[in-house]
Design a protein around this ligand. Structure first.
Ligand SMILES: NC(=O)c1ccc[n+]([C@@H]2O[C@H](COP(=O)([O-])OP(=O)(O)OC[C@H]3O[C@@H](n4cnc5c(N)ncnc54)[C@H](OP(=O)(O)O)[C@@H]3O)[C@@H](O)[C@H]2O)c1
Length: 255
């Protein structure tokens, strides 16, 4: 592994780490030497991921938390500091998409839920970690999982796409406002990745082909193909990268 792309001595909080892209990022970070704090709502799957990271020689603490709730976010960061003494890196990854259909059909509850988790949750976690980093005068890195749905039209996923566009805005504003204290804030914008989240698209031949036929690489991604981008942005290899949106989409957005 490159000397630059490692996280030795770093403590990283990864939200939505019990499956999919978040799990892949957590495993990649552990492989790069980070100590991990894993968050998601349901404790069982989260504990399994933590146990398997520890079985492979890493260190991982599982903390069940709903990232849309401020008190739970505070407890999450407090638990991380109690166990490992500090937090250096945050990966905002936990997201949801309860409404799959035309934008005009969205119900208020689905709208609220999407914004609560995908946007307010990212903000609450970022604010808590930035306060912690600034409190100890330390540099740090925040990586926000956005999406190509926040860069292009997001048919059938309109509210989700709006939250991802807002995540990009938040990434740029935070990069501007906290860069002076050595905290870098960047985003990864994946294209279609095979996870439970995307099952409605990947599992439908018609919808999958719609995306894949527009993707120059001619396929969708696996979660491990997103982890490298997050690892790069969290590491010192990206020490002068701030406010950037790293698109990882097989070329979906080049045309
Ligand atoms: N898959 C794709 O095609 C794709 C494409 C572009 C971007 N992304 C982005 O990549 C990220 C990960 O997506 P994924 O596909 O890996 O999703 P996933 O497989 O559904 O995993 C979502 C994770 O988030 C957790 N989570 C959901 N709501 C939460 C909440 N309120 N509080 C805390 N944790 C919560 C889930 O665990 P619990 O249910 O136990 O809470 C789970 O660990 C998301 O930000 C997504 O928008 C995905």
């Amino acid at each position: 592994m490159s000397a630059l792309i490692n996280l030795e001595g770093r403590v990283a909080v990864v939200t939505g780490a019990s499956r999919g892209i978040g799990e892949s990022i957590a495993r990649a970070f552990a492989g790069a030497g980070a100590r991990l704090v894993l968050a998601a709502r349901k404790p069982e799957a989260l504990a399994d991921v933590a146990a398997s990271i520890e079985a492979a020689g890493g260190q991982a603490l599982a903390v069940p938390a709903h990232t849309g709730r401020e008190e739970e976010v505070r407890s999450l960061i407090r638990a991380a500091v109690e166990r490992f003494g500090k937090v250096d890196v945050l990966v905002n990854n936990a997201a949801t998409n309860p409404h799959f259909g035309p934008l005009l059909d969205v119900e208020e509850q689905a709208w609220e839920k999407t914004f609560e988790v995908n946007l307010k949750g990212y903000f609450l976690c970022a604010r808590e970690v930035i306060r912690h980093l600034q409190g100890r005068g330390a540099p740090g890195a925040i990586v926000n999982l956005a999406s190509v749905a926040g860069i292009r039209a997001a048919p059938m996923q309109g509210v989700y796409g709006m939250t991802k566009a807002a995540v990009i805005s938040m990434t740029q504003t935070l990069a501007y406002e906290v860069g002076g204290t050595g905290i870098r804030v960047n985003a990864v914008a994946p294209g279609l990745v095979e996870t439970r989240f995307s099952a409605a698209i990947v599992g439908s031949e018609e919808l999958r082909n719609l995306v894949v036929s527009r993707t120059p690489l001619g396929r969708h991604a696996m979660p491990s193909e997103i982890a490298g981008a997050a690892l790069y942005l969290a590491s010192d290899a990206a020490s002068f990268v701030n406010g950037h949106v790293l698109v990882v989409d097989g070329g979906f957005t080049v045309h």
